[in-house]
Design a protein around this ligand. Structure first.
Ligand code: GUN
Length: 288
């Protein structure tokens, strides 16, 4: 039977091997400073703690140094801004991220604006978002970059196809809709971005060749919302009764798709690989 699963783990291993090779050839063999990723984590959101732990583990495995600054849930915005200043000004740190979501009392835009765009390996700063829209080389948000890489490396044609992105977050929905629609070798898809205020989402998804689901609602996309042969990318990750599931009702959707990402083991591992790739890019920019 045709294997419909887009294996993120397998591709992530390949990409990480390439990164590792580049670190050896371009950095270690030339006695340059090893790449260094900073991470700022606030509060005690279980998913964020888990993501950050994985990011640190993967850095270690691949030969990237990491520094974690962990701050309490009720941290004052000024203190967080001070820590960002520390990361911005510390010459040993090539790039850093502030793990999202932030607590409600913190102004997320103010935080993102305070990050030095040259160290913004998340690609969330307006300078990077703007460059992405203009098609200028920059840091692309890891999840969005991971999704188009997963499609490309599995030879899934997106040129001329109709893509529906469900969810308009800064982290996934907005950047991936830009990357899918850009005029580029990986792009040229016709994109509709739907969200929580869109009436009758099914109207769009039933016509879609590719559906990218990032709504944060377990099993949101069901089999009856899609057409036969669609490609489904599930960005969701939820721990329900100790079982990890996504935003897609896997059982009913799997029957109809041509390809689908599993959860876990789909988009998640690729996202981390893309963060490592962005960190290497930042490090190489610094030694040019
Ligand atoms: N929270 C969930 N995904 C991400 C990500 O890619 N970057 C940051 N900073 N926070 C996240």
């Amino acid at each position: 039977m045709l294997n419909k699963l887009l294996d993120g783990n397998q591709l992530a291993v390949k990409i990480k091997n390439e990164i590792n090779r580049e670190i050896k050839n371009k950095i270690l063999n030339k006695n340059k400073k090893i790449p260094h990723l900073g991470i700022i984590l606030t509060g005690n959101n279980k998913s964020s703690i888990l993501y950050v732990r994985n990011k640190i583990k993967e850095c270690k495995n691949i030969g990237i140094q990491s520094t974690l600054i962990q701050l309490q849930k009720n941290i004052k915005e000024d203190i967080l801004l001070d820590k960002i200043k520390f990361m911005n000004e510390n010459p040993t740190i090539d790039g850093f991220i502030v793990q999202l979501p932030l607590e409600k009392h913190i102004n997320q835009n103010k935080i993102i604006l305070s990050i030095n765009p040259k160290k913004d390996v998340d690609g969330f700063h307006p300078e990077n978002i703007g460059k992405m829209i203009l098609g200028i080389d920059c840091f692309y948000p890891a999840t969005a970059l991971g999704i188009i890489t997963l499609l490309e490396k599995n030879n899934i044609k997106i040129h001329g196809k109709y893509t529906v992105v469900i969810g308009r977050s800064l982290i996934v929905g907005r950047p991936v809709s830009i990357l899918m629609s850009r005029n580029h070798t990986i792009g040229n898809s016709t994109v509709t971005l739907v969200h929580s205020k869109t009436p009758n989402i099914e109207f769009y998804t039933k016509k879609a060749d590719i559906i990218i689901v990032s709504v944060g609602i377990p099993k949101f996309l069901t089999g009856k919302m899609i057409k036969k042969g669609a490609v489904v990318i599930d960005v969701g990750i939820h721990n329900i009764l100790n079982k990890i599931i996504g935003d897609v009702d896997f059982k009913s959707v799997y029957k109809k798709v041509s390809y689908i990402t599993p959860v876990p083991g789909g988009v998640g591992p690729i996202t981390i690989a893309m963060l490592l790739q962005n960190t290497l890019k930042a490090a190489l920019n610094n030694i040019k």
